[in-house]
Design a protein around this ligand. Structure first.
Ligand code: FRU
Length: 477
């Protein structure tokens, strides 16, 4: 592929201040997330030659705190007959540490003239920097019963002395999570259809992820063919004997338009951390485009890493990692404010790059709804509506920036007298968390830097604000 000039990326207008991005070019899914030898390693789907998707490599960066990153040489380049194609390459996968080495599993995607074919491959590294592809690749050939172009995204974990792998597939138009197992990482045996769509879960599970937290098993995947749903989490129990996952609850991992293909890993502090690609694909109903950053030679970033927990009602909560608080400065705070029929401009040191916490006392409020107008200026704004009367929330991007479109909507649980929100705003990202991180909407907007007014608006009744705290977020990328 022809190499385009993507060297002008640094310091261009839309570069984020604290969200993980690639060095240049295009990035999509997080891959191979792992804490290895004292550092967090993030790999990612990467096209170093263009600001659009194509010829997938694995980019690589390391960090001690998931805030400050060092970019390392490309970990996987598509250069073998089993993983090389301009519209294929080294697709998504995961990492595991074993016997002191770092092992990565990925999907080689090729097309030899009869359509795309996918199979699973292995590479390893002694030093965590240089990777060697395994001579026996592919380690899992495509079974005859899956659709050839839909057999991908291996996520590997270890339970007792056995390694397990979940893969996403499409069989007869139904999405599948396929379970494999191995005792040596090289030889894999099919165990079972771990979870199958019966029409209700879409025709393909992209980037399935499986983990256990708080004594419960979670299967997360990005379904194709389910309209606006970008990431589902199924909570239940995996029977390791039979390989069947029985789920009893299903929910959105995030209701926003920019939250796709989350991958989880456990770090050295025992935290189960989820990281997602903050964008969407062109086949989604709300998709407009990938944003204007391609003009500057890059595209793609991740949502902030979030710590996963599952509560007694089988609900997944995802609180941003504590480390982000190190970036806070210039605290501003209001307490016990009663707001009626008015706008309250939110005091902020920086109206674009901020962390904000809001606590409403629903019991003491007579207002049945309120709005947050974010990144306002030049006649533009992003509007968040919290509607207690109808028990729902929405984020509207129709007038955000002259570029973005659409609205995300979700129900609210409203099972607490206090209603809390947190907003993490960066150059592009606007991640809105509510209800103890159970109800979340993640979006990208391309607002100008002088769109820096943020306010709360109450039309009828009184809104009792217990607390409103804002911080400027410092640059770490
Ligand atoms: C998800 C996905 C994966 C695939 C990768 C290719 O976003 O479509 O299923 O491995 O992206 O870049």
């Amino acid at each position: 592929m022809e190499n385009k000039d993507i060297s002008k990326v640094v310091d261009t207008k839309w570069r984020q201040k604290y969200h993980f991005m690639g060095e240049n070019g295009w990035i999509n899914d997080p891959n191979g997330l792992i804490y290895f030898r004292g550092k967090y390693h993030f790999f990612y789907q990467y096209n170093p030659h263009d600001a659009f998707w194509g010829e997938m490599h694995w980019g690589h960066a390391v960090s001690k705190d998931m805030l400050h990153w060092e970019y390392l040489p490309i970990a996987l380049t598509p250069d073998k007959d089993y993983d090389h194609h301009p519209k294929g390459g080294c697709f998504s996968g995961s990492a595991i540490e074993h016997e002191g080495k770092l092992w990565v599993f990925y999907t080689g995607t090729i097309n030899e003239g009869n359509g795309f074919v996918q199979h699973q491959c292995l590479a390893y590294s002694e030093d965590g920097v240089n990777f060697q592809k395994y001579a026996g690749n592919p380690i899992i050939e495509q079974p005859s019963w899956v659709e050839p172009a839909f057999f991908r995204d291996p996520k590997v974990w270890k339970k007792e002395e056995v390694f397990y792998m979940v893969l996403g597939a499409n069989i007869k138009e139904n999405g599948q999570a396929l379970l494999y197992k191995s005792t040596n990482l090289f030889d894999w045996e099919f165990v079972n259809f771990m979870c199958e769509s019966n029409g209700e879960l879409g025709f393909m599970f992209e980037c399935p992820d499986f983990f256990t937290v708080d004594g419960k098993d979670a299967l997360i995947f990005s379904p194709m063919g389910l309209k606006n749903r970008t990431s589902l989490n199924l909570i239940g129990n995996l029977n390791y004997e039979t390989g069947k996952f029985i789920w009893n609850s299903i929910n959105e991992t995030d209701w926003g338009h920019e939250y796709y293909a989350p991958q989880s890993f456990e770090d050295n502090k025992g935290r189960r951390i989820l990281v997602a690609w903050a964008n969407s694909w062109d086949w989604m109903p709300f998709w407009k485009d990938w944003g204007p950053t391609y003009k500057d030679g890059w595209c793609g970033h991740f949502n902030v890493p979030r710590v996963a927990h599952i509560d007694a009602k089988n609900r997944l909560s995802v609180e941003p990692i504590e480390e982000l608080k190190q970036l806070r400065s210039d605290k501003k705070q209001l307490q016990h404010v009663s707001l009626s029929n008015q706008k309250l401009e939110i005091p902020m040191e920086d109206g674009c790059i901020y962390d904000m916490e809001l606590m409403i006392n629903r019991k003491k409020s007579t207002a049945k709804n309120f709005e947050l107008h974010l990144r306002k200026g030049q006649g533009k704004e992003t509007v968040v509506k919290i509607d207690f009367a109808n028990q729902c929330m929405s984020v509207n991007k129709e007038n955000s920036d002259g570029w973005s479109k659409g609205e995300s909507k979700s129900p609210l649980y409203m099972d607490n007298d206090l209603f809390d929100m947190r907003i993490l705003s960066d150059t592009i990202s606007i991640e809105i968390f509510a209800e103890n991180y159970f109800t979340n909407h993640s979006h990208n907007i391309y607002a100008d830097e002088n769109q820096n007014i943020n306010y709360i608006y109450v039309e009828n009744g009184v809104l009792e604000i217990e607390k409103l705290v804002t911080y400027k977020m410092n640059n770490c990328m």
